[in-house]
Design a protein around this ligand. Structure first.
Ligand code: NAD
Length: 338
């Protein structure tokens, strides 16, 4: 089987490409524009693997996307490429509309054309986020697959738009589409603008750790390898036309998460004079339109497809901190360690 993975030089994509190559005999066509968030150093260990074909292509270049289908004839698509950082979507939403909406449209059209006459033999898995469902209060039930969309940021609105396009291409043209909506991922190779790597690197540099508002916002955290297994499970066993929510059963307030990471670093990288890393925390002005709580009900993918997260919070966050502590070369390739 040959799978076209878009965004395979990004955080989740690079972990997925590695997992597919290591745990299956499948071939991977890795389509990535290499924006600031995409990095060949994230796939250095698999770059010479003969079953891995990297193509530097912008999803907004419709002809370039078609050429990848013509050259490689992929059997299936797992679509991860996106502009993914909420703060950047607030300061510059244009790229989010182009990549997340227009880019997804280009990929859908290229898939349709390439698989014309044999659509039933091919699957298009679109990777989306729980942020499309909006914000929960403390007492609300977790998001299910039937929760109405209510996006609040340019990022989540652009992802919601792309989800709708994907479903419409399934209903209208018969493309065998699957959609996953996932909670916050953590693990190796996450670009250091997102909360967990920011906290770790600020601690290592002895700099203030910025926490939005009073740190009360709640997120559900999923280890990236578990997400990658979920995607492979949905591609293989999911029912076309269906949506699957993917979550870690691991809700935490941001401040609790930051304190947990600080505690791990207190043990592995003690500060001079016995000070605590948590003393570096600095509360900053809240993000505009900051959703209060996300929570995922992942019972459908568990009951129907047999997927459950394997990593626990106790081990996953420690593994992640240890990975960043040993990732000097990767961080230097981003200019992120000084
Ligand atoms: P990321 O920002 O780390 O990586 C995105 C990748 O897409 C990069 O390699 C980048 O170069 C590539 N890319 C961006 N624009 C492109 C374009 N126009 N053409 C081709 N490639 C382009 O993102 P991530 O955190 O790995 O997220 C991957 C997907 O998973 C996204 O669709 C995101 O919405 C979704 N998701 C992420 C999370 C999370 O916690 N990280 C949670 C739920 C869903």
């Amino acid at each position: 089987m040959k799978v076209l993975v878009t965004g395979g030089a990004g955080f989740i994509g690079s972990n997925l490409v590695r997992q597919v190559l290591q745990e299956s005999g499948d071939e991977v066509v890795n389509l990535d524009k290499l924006t600031y968030a995409g990095n060949l150093a994230s796939i250095r260990d698999v770059e010479n693997e003969p079953r891995h074909h990297f193509e530097k292509v912008d999803l907004c270049d419709a002809e370039g996307v078609r050429a990848v289908f013509e050259k490689h004839s992929p059997d299936h698509v797992i679509h991860l490429a996106a502009e993914s950082h909420v703060d950047r979507s607030i300061s510059g939403p244009g790229d989010f509309i182009q990549t997340n909406v227009v880019g997804t449209f280009n990929l859908l059209q290229a898939s349709r054309d390439a698989w014309e006459g044999e659509l039933d033999a091919h699957r298009f898995l679109h990777v989306s986020t729980d942020e499309v469902y909006g914000s929960l209060s403390t007492s609300d039930p977790a998001f299910s697959e039937s929760t109405s969309y209510d996006p609040h940021s340019p990022y989540s609105a652009s992802k919601a738009a792309s989800d709708h396009l994907v479903r419409a291409w399934g209903d209208t043209y018969g493309l065998q589409v699957l959609v996953t909506n996932c909670s916050n991922n953590y693990g190796p190779y996450q670009y250091p603008e997102k909360l967990i790597p920011v906290v770790i690197l600020k601690c290592l540099k002895e700099e203030a750790i910025p926490v939005y508002g009073s740190g009360e916002n709640v997120r559900d955290w999923l280890y990236v390898d578990d997400h990658c297994r979920a995607l492979r499970t949905v591609l293989e066993k999911g029912t076309p036309g269906q949506t699957y929510n993917v979550g870690g059963n691991n809700e935490m307030k941001n401040i609790e998460l930051v304190q947990l990471l600080c505690g791990i670093l207190d043990q592995s990288q003690p500060r001079p004079g016995g000070a605590r890393h948590e003393d570096l925390i600095e509360f900053v002005k809240d993000r505009a339109g900051h959703d209060f709580r996300y929570a995922i009900n992942a019972s459908k993918i568990r009951d129907e497809l047999g997927w459950e997260p394997l990593e626990t919070a106790a081990t996953g966050f420690r593994r992640t901190v240890e990975w960043y502590l040993g990732a000097n070369e990767w961080l230097s390739s981003l200019g992120a360690r000084g």
